[in-house]
Design a protein around this ligand. Structure first.
Ligand code: VGL
Ligand code: ZN
Length: 210
């Protein structure tokens, strides 16, 4: 499983708002930072995603009077979990964690910037039709296999893995370089879905000597 020249490490949403103290903190989210830094040194290609919402985004509970964070509502493209305001464009919460040190990163994919569509996946927004452009980028660059790490395992990492498979990329999730939110069984559902799709879940030590 050693990284080759057609492999990319995609570091998902390692942003202040998803770390302890942030607006939508993933438990122990900050713990992935040193491991991701070490992993990235072993990959020929590294890219990041950045959750990047305008104020008043549809996914914010605050945009729906009477609604609370973590309730689910129905929007035009289906069910949508409502979140606390997070990763608002230009705010400190939207910045990458201070300790993240990825000087060789080749691309930052921003997602969730359409006010009326949420975007968990690095490939498609939550309407499952609006592309971010990442699939085309990977194809044009001859990248074939995507290794995923970051936050949160049961949301943005999961949806990115599923969509990467749908695009026929090989996908590996580096589990100990991820942390989960675990909302209403979402972590168990993630494991089931990834197993069904043939997405390998591995430990960082299986990928490289870190
Ligand atoms: C995420 C919920 C809302 C994530 C982003 O990065 O997993 N989760 N926005
Ligand atoms: Zn978000």
């Amino acid at each position: 499983m050693t990284p080759t020249d057609t492999d990319l490490l995609l570091v998902v949403d390692v942003q202040n708002d998803f770390c302890p103290g942030g607006a939508l903190a993933v438990p122990r989210g900050d713990e992935v930072v040193p491991l991701i830094n070490r992993l990235a040194e072993k990959f020929p290609h590294v890219a990041l995603t950045q959750d990047w919402h305008p104020a008043g985004h549809l996914s914010f509970a605050s945009s729906h009077p009477g609604r609370q964070p973590f309730e689910t509502i129905t929007v035009v493209y289906g069910p949508q979990i409502l979140w606390p305001d997070h990763c608002v464009q230009g705010t400190a919460g939207a910045e990458f964690h201070d300790g993240l040190d990825l000087p060789r990163a080749e691309l930052v994919v921003r997602k969730g910037f359409h006010r009326t569509i949420d975007s968990y996946s690095a490939f498609f927004e939550n309407d499952r039709r609006t592309p971010t452009g990442l699939a085309g980028y990977l194809r044009e660059r001859g990248l074939e296999r995507v290794f995923l790490a970051g936050l949160a395992l049961d949301f943005c990492v999961r949806y990115s893995a599923e969509d990467a498979r749908a695009h026929r990329f090989d996908v590996v999730v580096i589990e100990d370089a991820c942390r989960a939110i675990d909302l209403d069984g979402s972590l168990q559902a993630t494991r089931q879905s990834l197993a069904t799709l043939g997405v390998a879940l591995v430990r960082a030590s299986e990928v490289a000597a870190v």
